[in-house]
Design a protein around this ligand. Sequence first.
Ligand SMILES: Cc1cc2nc3c(=O)[nH]c(=O)nc-3n(C[C@H](O)[C@H](O)[C@H](O)COP(=O)(O)OP(=O)(O)OC[C@H]3O[C@@H](n4cnc5c(N)ncnc54)[C@H](O)[C@@H]3O)c2cc1C
Length: 387
Amino acid sequence: MMDFTLTAEQLMLKETVANFAAKEIRPIAEEIDRTDAWPDGMWKKLGGLGVLGATIDTAYGGVGLDLLSGALVGEELAKVSPSISISYGAHANLCSNNIKLNGHEEQKRKYLPLLCSGDHVGALGLTEPNAGSDAVSIQTTARKDGDHFVVNGSKTFITNGVIADTIVLYAKTDRQAGAKGITAFILEKSFPGFSVSRKLDKVGNRGSETGELVMEDCIIPEENVLGQVNGGIAVMMRGLDIERAFLSTYALGMAQGAFAEALKYSRERVQFGKPIASFQLIQAKLADMWTLIEASRLLCYKACVLADAAEKGGKGTDLHKVTAAAVLFVGEMADKVCTEAIQIHGGYGYCMEYPVQRFWRDAKVATIGAGTSEMRRLILARELLMS
Ligand SMILES: Cc1cc2nc3c(=O)[nH]c(=O)nc-3n(C[C@H](O)[C@H](O)[C@H](O)COP(=O)(O)OP(=O)(O)OC[C@H]3O[C@@H](n4cnc5c(N)ncnc54)[C@H](O)[C@@H]3O)c2cc1C
């Protein structure tokens, strides 16, 4: 039987996060964007609310909910501030979920409670200046030396990179072995040889501190290998479906934020003696935007449920196809809905004083970050042709 309803627990979580976002984030959302600064105390507030550990087991300081619950948090945050949501996703999913899925007991006990409480900020470092879509061509190296690895290289576009305490980092441990020569590590910002070289000045998602990281003879103890040496691709692949499912709800949330602004404005703006909402061409836009959002919701939530089931041992689903389709469709949907929201605002949409432009700028990354639309189509086509 198909059931399209959220559980009572998920509904309560949604409401809790929506209330938090209305009280703690909405009043400062424009300021976060204008100053391009992460708000003081926000990590501890999110930790206090319990959402940073939504998907982490209670034994490690989390709440032990399913993946869809974690993604619903991202959706609610993105309705108000995509910047806060993207940083939440990098922390709670790219860092914490990867440690949860691949870490050994000691690593989980050491890092997850700090990440769940917001005492530590998490990030994931894969992309490099010369290795984006072609992630396997990363040039950062990690050489074994006694009981530690010596890491050299740089990472760019790292969400939370400027302020992160704990970073899941990928490096080449065997340069000749291609994809089979990559290892994942847990890097702490206090490790010798690590530094942040600069913060990126982005068009959107301002306030989400995106940075460039440098490792110069950086020492990472061998107990901080995440998964197996030369097994980095397994770590990457294990997190990939979850990452796509998570990221698609971020795009879903921001589209709803822009839609709400457009709906409100269409009722308020009067032209030709009537609210513009009374014109059928504007009504058609609103109807199409809402339909795209609802279609996206089905794909997003299905991706989350399938990814969760697969983690719990479920088999026989179209998991890779559905998660690839979700992140592709919903990313492009957010871009389109936010553009239409600007159109409904006319010239005022193009001015900084209306919040809709912030969603429009933030939306672009939904077709670029964590794999571009082009790469998502290639991956999906490969899955289709293999099946
Ligand atoms: C705001 C933001 C946050 C990010 N956060 C993180 C993070 O936390 N951690 C992290 O590791 N990375 C992060 N990234 C990096 C992101 O994953 C990369 O930007 C993305 O994978 C694309 O890589 P690139 O920017 O180098 O583009 P490129 O790979 O250089 O691509 C440039 C263009 O070429 C196209 N292209 C490339 N190869 C092909 C091909 N084979 N066929 C057709 N077209 C192709 C692309 O689709 C794109 O249009 C973030 C990026 C942004 C913008």
